[in-house]
Design a protein around this ligand. Structure first.
Ligand SMILES: Cc1cc2nc3c(=O)[nH]c(=O)nc-3n(C[C@H](O)[C@H](O)[C@H](O)COP(=O)(O)OP(=O)(O)OC[C@H]3O[C@@H](n4cnc5c(N)ncnc54)[C@H](O)[C@@H]3O)c2cc1C
Length: 240
């Protein structure tokens, strides 16, 4: 088991990547490979942001340990959310206290066939896992289903499409639950759960399956996978 570290990170850049969705590039101050250790975090894990003594919130890391001391977060700004309000107003150069890493949402075997089902910011830990998988010379079959409501809520699309072109073992379906009339790239019209229902039970054989996003999506996915006789031990879940 790895030791939990407390650390401070400075915001290097903030970008609006989709409606009310910010991408934060941060750098850990006084980072030292020896004290943090090479197992400081695994792709798919999260850090706690200690915003004030009363406000601590979990955020999945969307970068990988190879990027350290830099790391990235993608944060949805919720109306009236306490941490959201902080992240809505924080500026480049601000320093934030964190602890981590936490969570078990990471692959057991990077070379095993994978299915990823994400909604909204649930793509964040999956983005980290994908980034890591693509460092391996022998890629497993990877199927990614990324769902949002409208096109204006979609992000990381260009990066994922670039991966798609580079890595033939990756297949992606962007799913829009409120379809738009025209997009310049293929879109599945419906929820990720609708796309999942179309997958044959056999395709899930020997696959590791990652579910991340809203509670309703994750619960519905559990039911769908149960009807396809998928073993619970194949499924990893993170939801918020
Ligand atoms: C393991 C883990 C990883 C997480 N990773 C991320 C991440 O990568 N990016 C990210 O943006 N968030 C992530 N979260 C969610 C994050 O921790 C906060 O819960 C979120 O930012 C809201 O905090 P807040 O203080 O702004 O809202 P709060 O003040 O806690 O809540 C404000 C209001 O918003 C409502 N609300 C809370 N969540 C939602 C929601 N999802 N949709 C609509 N209304 C909601 C609440 O019911 C409440 O009324 C993660 C959570 C967990 C447990």
């Amino acid at each position: 088991m790895t030791e939990i570290k407390k650390f401070t990170a400075k915001i290097l850049k903030i970008s609006e990547v989709a409606e009310a969705t910010r991408f934060f590039e941060l750098e850990i101050l006084n980072f030292n490979d020896k004290t943090f250790g090479e197992n400081f975090f695994s792709p798919g894990q999260f850090f706690l942001a200690h915003i004030s003594p009363e406000i601590t919130r979990a955020y999945s890391v969307c970068s990988i340990s190879e990027d350290l001391p830099r790391f990235d977060l993608v944060i949805k700004i919720l109306p009236n959310g306490k941490a959201s309000n902080f992240f809505d107003n924080v500026k480049v150069g601000a320093e934030i206290k964190f602890s981590g890493s936490f969570g078990k949402f990471y692959p057991e075997n990077f070379l095993q066939k994978k299915f990823f089902f994400a909604t909204g910011t649930g793509i964040s830990p999956i983005f980290s896992i994908l980034k890591k998988i693509f460092l391996f010379p022998n890629l497993p079959q990877v199927k990614l289903f990324f769902g949002v409501r409208h096109l204006k809520n979609l992000f990381f699309q260009q990066k994922i499409q670039n991966w798609q072109e580079e890595f033939k073992n990756l297949s992606t379906q962007f799913c829009l639950s409120k379809p738009e009339k025209k997009t310049d790239f293929p879109i599945f019209q419906g929820r990720v759960t609708d796309a999942a229902r179309l997958i044959s039970a056999e395709e899930f054989d020997d696959a590791e399956i990652f579910l991340c996003g809203s509670n309703p999506m994750v619960n519905e996915m559990r039911e769908i996978l149960a009807t396809k006789k998928v073993n619970k031990s194949q499924i990893k879940i993170e939801s918020w």
